[in-house]
Design a protein around this ligand. Structure first.
Ligand code: IMP
Length: 350
């Protein structure tokens, strides 16, 4: 912290929910604010033995003292939001920006009727793209016009700016992944807005100079749901053999998979201006890493993989996911660089 942005580095589904939940429990941010796109996103959080699939509420909800905000750049589907508020018991600490665009049922219908979106792009058909298009035409409804949202609507940008001026801790949560960005992704197989750190900041009304850390999240292998290119894609049997088979949080579709892509990782680090990398599911690649909480517990192969990521991207890997639970994680943020080099051994920047 104090102002940290977290974003996905590949095609979404990197484990942003897990990392955000860990950071919330560990760092106790005063505010967790959701930027990024709308309820087409799905963030999985396992907390207190319960699995939550969140599409709008910030994953930091796990810390009961954190204020939960949704920034004005995020399209909001009131049905999804109200359902999540109940499931997470967060009604008393949520604030939705009065300028959030509203996803209406007709947006979902519009996307379902479109062969281009359904068949070619492989959209989640959550209505988010149609809503963003309508916002660009300046015809969309805003949260301040919706009676069911009245108790939750406010000026989130004012809240965040006040917190920043008081040097409070803020976590900004982006969605999807860098290469699903409307600008930087594999167009047209992308989502309906930019998904990089700069946009996540703009979504919540935070300027570039107000950010301290940008954490880009990579999974130990690459997955992609929906259509579009995936370099090094493995066939289904091989994916299953490696234990990489996964299903989408929002649509339940089977994800395609490929080995970790160093070239894409480097580009994601650049585009997001990343200062740190969080690496998830290391235990899926290296089973001996399962549940590890210390770098010393990793075997040579796992350490070499981490070193290679640092070498090729020039950014330190500071958080390493070793299992689905919040506590299955190695946190190197407070470990000095020299200690980490000895433990890993980590190869330095190019
Ligand atoms: P849309 O944004 O729902 O229209 O989907 C456009 C593309 O982005 C499709 O390939 C989706 O599968 C993908 N997509 C959208 N949101 C997510 C996400 O949260 N995780 C992974 N893929 C996503």
């Amino acid at each position: 912290m104090p102002c940290t942005v977290i974003v996905g580095g590949f095609f979404g589904d990197e484990g942003k929910g897990k990392i955000a939940a860990y950071l919330a429990m560990r760092d106790k941010p005063d505010i967790c604010i959701r930027g990024g796109n709308g309820p087409n996103a799905g963030h999985t959080v396992i907390h207190g033995g319960v699995q939550y699939s969140l599409r709008l509420i910030p994953s930091g909800f796990v810390d009961p003292s954190t204020s939960l905000l949704i920034g004005p750049g995020v399209p909001v589907d009131p049905t999804v939001l109200l359902d999540e508020l109940r499931k997470t018991d967060s009604e008393r600490r949520i604030e939705v920006d009065n300028q959030c665009a509203i996803v209406e049922p007709r947006h979902k219908e519009q996307e379902s009727r479109s062969d281009h979106l359904s068949k070619k792009v492989g959209s989640t058909k959550s209505g988010v793209g149609a809503c963003n298009a309508e916002r660009a035409l300046r015809m969309v409804k805003l949260a301040q016009q919706i009676p069911s949202l009245k108790p939750y609507v406010g000026d989130t940008v004012g809240e965040v700016q006040k917190a920043l001026s008081e040097n409070k801790k803020i976590m900004i949560e982006g969605t999807q992944g860098t290469f699903l960005s409307l600008y930087h992704g594999t167009y047209p197989y992308v989502t309906s807005k930019d998904t990089t750190a700069s946009s996540a900041c703009a979504d919540v009304g935070v300027g570039p100079t107000q950010v301290d850390e940008v954490i880009v999240i990579f999974k130990a292998y690459v997955t992609r749901v929906g259509e579009g290119p995936l370099e090094g894609q493995l066939d289904r049997d091989e994916v299953a053999r490696r234990g990489w088979t996964e299903f989408g949080t929002v649509t339940g579709r089977e994800r395609r998979a490929a080995p970790f892509d160093f070239k894409l990782a480097k580009r994601a680090v650049q585009i997001n201006g990343a200062t740190q990398i969080a690496l998830t599911k290391l235990d899926v690649l290296f089973p001996t890493a399962k549940g590890a909480q210390h770098i010393e517990d990793l075997d040579k192969g796992a350490k070499a993989f981490i070193s290679e990521i640092e070498k090729q991207t020039g950014v330190p890997v500071t958080l390493i996911g070793t299992g689905p639970k919040e506590e299955d994680l190695i946190d190197l943020r407070t470990v000095s660089r020299s200690a980490r080099i000895q433990a890993a051994p980590i190869v330095r920047r190019n």
